[in-house]
Ligand binder design. Structure first.
Ligand SMILES: NC(=O)c1ccc[n+]([C@@H]2O[C@H](COP(=O)([O-])OP(=O)(O)OC[C@H]3O[C@@H](n4cnc5c(N)ncnc54)[C@H](OP(=O)(O)O)[C@@H]3O)[C@@H](O)[C@H]2O)c1
Length: 427
């Protein structure tokens, strides 16, 4: 049986095999299947959530599964209805859905947007029950989808309010985490991806191309890139590593592999940009430059950098900084990225960017960290080059500990390394 928690999600996607139509399927298996089917929309549905659904007949036999696969495209429930209508016809569908149950990871939508209302479409089908994992916080939907279903005589069950279904509901929250955060706060979802040794070392001064974790953890890092709208790095990482920041993963196939999330560089002084403009070795300018967004401080040189950057096909965005530290004001970064349609960002390092996010930095410049993806290698590296080792500096003043959602931390093995997924409350 598929288990969502404590599993690398790329393996769930790779191993996804739908049961044969008519095969028996427990409600619990259907719930878990709905989570994994939802991953079919990875990288293609933002700003919408990933949503999956599974339909069982009145004798708990598998009928169909569907996902929201692309923004503007049909929702998971609508995909299922369309598939069944094609094979059974309208009348046949009505007959087969008598007594059937659908498990969907998010409350069916109540409103007509780019697509028709799913709650209304389900209402006319003869379905017995709709169980959904999370209530949609969108004011146009919240509770209204369930109301439409109940008015049509369908049992609408919110899994979060039943202790037996709570684990599934938490997994559905995890799946839709970015969307739930965006809708309920209006803010960007920010995650950190950190590869660290046991003693917290993340880099060495001037030590190029040094891998802390093994290949499996690095492949998972590439999968994670698919799950966010953008990837962010500091100027130091660009200068040290000349990163490509694209998606290269052995389990992902086209079209997922061909999508490059937006690439963001935090470079207030423009020092990495100056270097990159004067060289031919920088993939961020040479490969898919239209996906690169370079954040620089609003300073005298900004308009010159915008002009020269745009001549190379990248976007250069001036952002106000806090004058003493020279760091970007996070609310301004949030606004600038959302203006570009970016709702989530995965900050990948390096040490400087991590320490602004996790250390004792000014609250105005500190990103609101919503999730940490930590890959830990069982090595002690500080001995290797004690003077040059760059280690994580956790904030011990106002402890980060209080923001960790302990009951939702996930842990899994990635060959010789450990992967942690640590959801955080807004601090
Ligand atoms: N272990 C890992 O997971 C991992 C991941 C990525 C990189 N790395 C390694 O980390 C090393 C680079 O580290 P680094 O210390 O140079 O860190 P970095 O974060 O790559 O670069 C630091 C610089 O980025 C700018 N910056 C970062 N955050 C900012 C913010 N919030 N506001 C404004 N400016 C910001 C600043 O530029 P200015 O100084 O110009 O103001 C800062 O000095 C490389 O060796 C790389 O290989 C490790």
């Amino acid at each position: 049986m598929i288990r969502w928690f404590n599993h690398p999600k790329d393996e769930l996607l790779r191993d996804l095999a739908l049961p044969a139509v008519g095969a028996s399927c427990t409600p619990e298996a259907a719930q878990n299947l709905a989570l994994v089917v939802a991953l079919r929309g990875l990288g293609a549905v933002s700003p919408n959530p990933l949503v999956g659904a599974v339909l069982l007949d009145s004798s708990n036999r598998f009928m169909a599964a569907g996902a929201h696969e692309r923004v503007g495209g049909p929702h998971a429930e609508a995909n299922i209805l369309a598939e069944l209508t094609k094979s059974l016809g309208e009348k046949g569908l009505q007959a087969r859905l008598k007594g059937a149950r659908i498990f969907v990871t998010l409350e069916p939508c109540a409103h007509e947007g780019l697509t028709p209302s799913c709650a209304k479409a389900l209402s006319g089908t003869g379905l017995k029950e709709v169980m959904y994992g999370v209530t949609d916080p969108n004011p146009l939907v919240r509770g209204k989808g369930a109301e439409i279903l109940r008015d049509a005589g369908i049992k609408a069950v919110d899994a979060s309010s039943h202790s037996d279904f709570k684990p599934w509901s938490l997994a559905c929250e995890d799946l839709a985490g970015v969307f739930l955060h965006n809708i309920s706060t209006g803010r960007l979802f920010t995650a950190l991806k950190i590869a660290s040794s046991m003693d917290g070392v993340v880099a060495f001064e001037g030590d190029r191309r040094f891998w802390i974790t093994g290949e499996r953890a690095r492949a998972y890092g590439h999968f994670l890139r698919m799950t966010y709208d953008a990837i962010g790095v500091g100027a130091g990482t660009v200068l040290a590593d000349h990163p490509r920041l694209n998606v290269r993963h052995p389990f992902l196939t086209s079209p997922l592999m061909t999508r490059t999330p937006r690439r963001i560089v935090f470079d207030p002084q423009g020092r990495a940009l100056e270097f990159s403009l004067g060289s031919n070795v920088m993939p961020l300018l040479n490969e898919a430059p239209e996906t690169t967004v370079w954040l620089v401080a609003q300073h005298r040189k900004a308009s010159d950098l915008i002009h020269r950057g745009e001549a190379r096909g990248i976007k250069v965005v001036p952002v106000p900084v806090e004058p003493d530290s020279g760091r970007f004001l996070w609310s301004e970064v949030d606004g600038a990225l959302q203006t570009l349609g970016i709702r989530s960002v995965l900050l990948e390092g390096g040490a400087g960017l991590y320490n602004v996010a996790l250390g004792n930095s000014d609250m105005r410049t500190r990103p609101e960290v919503n999730k940490i993806h930590l890959f830990q290698s069982p090595q002690i590296l500080g001995d290797r080059s004690p003077a040059g080792a760059k280690a994580l500096r956790w904030n011990t003043g106002t402890s980060m500990q209080q923001f960790i959602r302990q009951d939702r931390v996930q842990l899994f093995q990635l060959e010789g390394d450990w992967g942690f997924e640590i959801p955080m409350d807004a601090g």
